[in-house]
Ligand binder design. Structure first.
Ligand code: CA
Length: 743
């Protein structure tokens, strides 16, 4: 630039000739001189994101991750005219949790199985796609479906974390890999589902696996070279070896027993937020592994830094402060939920705070610079604590909270959390935080004895005691307590301002906009818009599938769009069985849906499904065999095929499996013939006789269900409902691949 300016100054005529030559070159290349490089994002662009509200350049749009769009062409006066502009079918049929990035007219997003798609953001035309080829058998290491929540963009590259623990840099123009690093020790069951963030040329990435015996950490890699710059462990390792940093020596004093042999947990699987004002990086740390503290750290202790927010220096990963929300976690109360940075009124003065609604059900306002607790109140019904002691910052636990007795303790919330990964949104215009709330408890009980397994999650709680009872009255009473909400929360007064009740949990992430709108997808299959200030419902679109992901808004050529990834899945429909039916019995139909005012596109009719018969053989097993089979099923199978063998409809409902009557059951469970689809071989831990016992239990459950007229075997309309009883006439992946990857 400087050179050209001086050239202009000295020899104007020459400069004009030079300029002309440049323009000819531009035309030859089919672009203008100002056309930005794809994903040409850097720190100054992200810090000044409000100067280009038409782009969504980082996971939460800005470094503050408020997920508020300043766009208002679409607003509370005209949102009724919002229509589908285009849609794009995906070639995966598992949970879709990603937030897309939209930068200078290009859209980039991840799908299930850590795949990446780039589309023209105005038309939906495919630019490129990338498949990191995650081995199907790695799925057994994922607690919560083979999901991925998004990408980071930086200086022409996109960064992707894969389910099998890799961090991959892609060329944003072509989708070709530039570098790839394995970020985990593959001897352990780590997974990555969260979006990386980039701060000062460092790609920050965490991982998951707290239920699978891992030790959590967050790493920073050089964006240009892929070299590891620093790593911060969230829990101390074996104290007989040197600690990686001095703060871990201190943290080790809050642990007891031999926690390091069990991993300890504390994974940073979602929220990583950078504050350019304080120059601090905040990480949300996950639950203890195993959940049950009596097993993990038998003499108690706070177990730092589990279930905490930790502030680090972004250049070095050096510890600055922490605030522990759930000391001595024993409920899977992660603090990995989204962190929002905002300026709100505290004692009448504008204050820089951090807003957090973790799984434990309290809404926290913290001082961003120091981590000091400003306020905390429950944002929905909870029974594990009565409040937070403002002197100590600690929760005031109730007597049942630590499930001390021999009977299961009905604790609310349960491991699903009062709020999970579905992103919330803060509107600086209304001053409200929009939280997708889950209201569902869990029956916690310590097991009689604990053995860590390699092919099942190791919760350290009695998963049989936690199962749904089949007594209709008890079942009904439990299901009646389950619901979901969209809560508009005032963080200044720590009060609910309005709420939309949902039939069940696991509804979508939220986008708020300057058009006085809050957008949210529902588990039941809609995408909806509400007035942000008062919760009046203004618009709804039938999405044909559950919508969980965080929506975004952007412009192309000045026209505003709203986009959301649709596709039912995640841990809720995989693991919770009949509870998941409360939210809506939808199928997985994975698509990017994009809307604009006057949009005229429409979705194709629902793909044809064929209802399956539940025709299991008669149950001949003894009560003891069935009991054994139940314990094995709940340990090894329930996390994906559903509590007490009732599938939430994303993965096969085994009660309907034709393999109950033939040897293929063993080819699948032990022979691993469905590995490419995500079903590993369990031969390492399950004997042929155990596999037969599990099948006996499923046959028993199928016969039991046939005699019931309640939720899991009741009649249901043939449309989108009761997916667990249907299968595609043709396997979806092969049919839809043809349409999804045309190029
Ligand atoms: Ca967890």
């Amino acid at each position: 630039m400087t050179q050209r300016k001086s050239l202009f100054g000295m020899v104007p005529s020459l400069a004009l000739i030079f300029l002309g030559a440049v323009c000819v070159l531009c035309l030859a290349a089919g672009q203008t001189a100002s056309a930005p490089k794809p994903a040409g994002v850097d720190g100054s662009r992200i810090v000044q994101a409000d100067n280009e509200p038409g782009n969504w350049m980082t996971h939460g749009r800005t470094y503050s991750e408020q997920r508020f769009s300043p766009l208002k062409e679409i607003n509370d006066q005209n949102v009724s005219q919002l229509g589908l502009a285009w849609y794009y079918d995906l070639d995966t049929n598992r949970g879709q949790e990603a937030t897309p990035l939209v930068i200078d007219g290009n859209m980039y997003f991840t799908t299930a199985w850590s795949k990446v798609v780039s589309l023209n953001a105005a038309t939906g035309k495919l630019r490129w796609s990338y498949d990191p080829k995650v081995p199907g058998e790695w799925a057994v290491n994922a607690c919560c479906d083979v999901v991925n929540r998004g990408l980071a963009a930086w200086k022409g590259k996109l960064f992707l974390g894969t389910l099998d623990g890799r961090l991959i840099a892609l060329d944003a123009a072509t989708g070709k890999p530039v570098w790839e690093r394995v970020t985990v020790d593959r001897r352990y069951r780590y997974t990555i589902t969260g979006a990386p963030r980039v701060v000062k040329d460092k790609v920050i990435i965490g991982n998951g696996g707290a239920e699978m015996g891992v030790r959590g950490y967050v790493s920073a890699y050089d964006a240009a070279t892929g070299n590891l710059v620093w790593r911060f462990y969230t829990v101390p390792g074996d104290p007989s070896k040197p600690f990686e940093n001095p703060v871990l020596a201190k943290a080790s004093k809050t642990w007891t027993g031999k926690w390091w042999t069990l991993g300890g947990g504390g994974t940073v699987w979602d929220s990583i937020v950078y504050d350019p004002e304080s120059d601090l990086l905040y990480i949300g740390v996950g639950n203890g592994g195993p959940w049950n503290q009596r097993i993990r750290s038998p003499q108690g202790g706070d177990n730092l830094f589990l279930a905490s927010i930790v502030a680090l220096k972004p250049e070095t990963g050096q510890y600055v402060w922490h605030y522990q929300e759930t000391p001595g976690d024993m409920w899977d109360f992660t603090s990995s939920q989204q962190i929002i940075l905002a300026t709100i009124s505290v004692d009448g003065k504008p204050s820089k705070v951090l807003l957090h609604a973790p799984k434990n059900g309290f809404f926290y306002v913290l001082d961003r610079a120091t981590g000091a607790l400003i306020s905390a109140q429950p944002y929905t019904y909870i029974n594990w604590a009565t409040g937070v002691d403002m002197k100590t910052g600690r929760p005031i636990e109730t007597p049942i909270a630590r499930y001390p007795g021999d009977d299961p303790a009905p604790v609310v919330p349960g491991p699903l959390g009062a709020h999970s990964w579905q992103p919330m949104s803060y509107s600086p215009l209304t001053g409200l935080v929009y939280i997708p709330v889950n209201d569902v408890g869990f029956k916690y009980k310590s097991p009689d004895h604990f053995v860590a397994h390699e092919l099942s999650p190791n919760y350290g709680v009695d998963v049989v005691a936690a199962g749904m009872p089949q007594d209709p009255a008890i079942k009904k009473a439990i299901l009646n307590t389950v619901k979901g909400q969209l809560v508009a929360w005032d963080p200044v007064r720590q009060k609910k301002v309005w709420a939309i009740e949902r039939p069940g949990p696991w509804n979508g992430g939220v986008l708020s906009t300057a058009g006085n709108l809050a957008f949210e997808g529902t588990a039941g299959g809609n995408f909806e818009a509400y007035r942000a200030d008062n919760g009046e419902k203004l618009w709804s679109f039938a999405a044909q599938t559950g919508v969980m992901a965080g929506p975004v808004s952007y412009t192309v050529n000045g026209e505003q769009y709203v986009a959301v990834l649709a596709g039912w899945g995640g841990v809720f429909p995989l693991a919770t069985g009949e509870v998941s039916f409360k939210s809506g019995r939808v199928r997985n139909i994975s698509r990017m849906l994009v809307f604009k005012l006057g949009g005229k596109a429409s979705l194709p009719p629902l793909p044809e499904f064929q209802e399956m018969a539940m025709d299991a053989p008669a149950s001949t097993a003894s009560a003891a065999q069935i009991k054994n089979g139940e314990a094995l099923f709940q340990r090894y199978c329930g996390g994906c095929h559903g509590d007490v063998a009732v599938s939430g409809g994303v993965l096969p409902d085994l009660r309907y499996s034709p393999t109950l009557a033939n040897e293929q059951w063993f080819d699948i469970v032990l022979g691993g013939i469905l590995k490419p689809l995500g079903m590993t071989s369990f031969a390492k831990e399950i004997s042929k006789s155990d596999a037969a016992t599990i099948r006996d239990y499923v046959i028993f459950r199928a016969n039991q269900s046939k005699t019931q007229t309640d939720h899991d075997a009741g009649s249901s309309p043939k449309t989108a409902a009761c997916p667990s009883r249907m299968r595609n006439v043709r396997p979806r992946s092969s049919v839809w691949k043809l349409r999804a990857i045309p190029q």
